[in-house]
Design a protein around this ligand. Structure first.
Ligand SMILES: *Cc1c(COP(=O)(O)O)cnc(C)c1O
Length: 231
């Protein structure tokens, strides 16, 4: 007997692979982060049992309860807004923080990851459409400053960029935005000589992950298409 979550996962993985192949890419280049915020640990466990290993969570306390309930092989990415005062606990438990949105948070993660003696991957969250309610770095000058400062870090490793596009965007605007992110990452990697270390592009959610993969995403963050609507 298969669960709806296992079926959904299989469908998402198939579509991801097809999108990669359409773009002449290898399906292995793209990591699926199953975004399990608000979903109960039992649902996350079903996904784990269906082979999913990487999960995205938005709230630190909720995430830790699920980490404690799931096998240690599960890998956790923070994809929600992170206050600097939660950086210590986040640095101790998450493999990656996709929502590094300020130098202050980056420094806090660097310090706490060093204290915890464990490396943490960071993605810089961009807010290129400059929505007031959304976190993220809003322009290239601020982005460059953060990358230059993080080059000195020993424990927080900045591995790429993350974006949540304007929800008003249709397919054309989404694709244009994704392609712009891809170009931006390429340019920065080349300019700073950090190609291999700055290789990740986290973009694409349930409604647009196939377009994001066609435009160059290396990480997609999919919730609803796997777990159904959030309770
Ligand atoms: C909730 C969330 C997702 C997943 O969104 P779905 O539309 O349910 O796939 C992806 N990224 C972030 C940052 C989120 O907060």
């Amino acid at each position: 007997m298969t669960s709806p979550i296992a079926d959904n996962l299989a469908r998402v993985r198939d579509r991801m692979a097809e999108a990669a192949l359409r773009a002449g890419r290898s399906p292995e280049e793209v990591t699926l982060v199953a975004v399990s915020k608000i979903q109960p640990a039992a649902a996350v466990r079903e996904a784990f049992d269906a082979g999913q290993r990487v999960f995205g969570e938005n709230y630190v306390q909720e995430a830790i309860a699920k980490m404690d309930a799931l096998p240690a092989e599960a890998v956790w990415h923070m994809v929600g807004r992170l206050q600097s005062n939660k950086a210590k606990i986040a640095a101790a438990r998450f493999r990656a923080v996709q929502t590094v949105d300020s130098p202050k948070l980056a420094r806090a993660l660097e310090r706490h990851a060093a204290e915890a003696g464990r490396p943490v991957e960071g993605l810089i969250q961009l807010n290129w459409s400059r929505e007031a309610a959304k976190a993220g770095i809003q322009d290239e000058a601020a982005l460059r400053e953060l990358i230059e400062e993080a080059a000195e870090f020993r424990s927080l490793r900045i591995v790429g960029l993350m974006t949540i596009p304007d929800p008003e965007y249709g397919e054309q605007a989404l694709r244009r935005h994704f392609a712009e992110m891809r170009q931006l990452r390429e340019n920065l990697a080349k300019e700073y000589g950090i190609g291999a270390d700055f290789s990740e592009l986290s973009m694409g959610m349930s409604r647009d992950y196939e377009w994001a993969i066609e435009e160059g995403a290396t990480i997609v963050r999919v919730g609803t298409a796997i777990f159904g609507a959030r309770p």
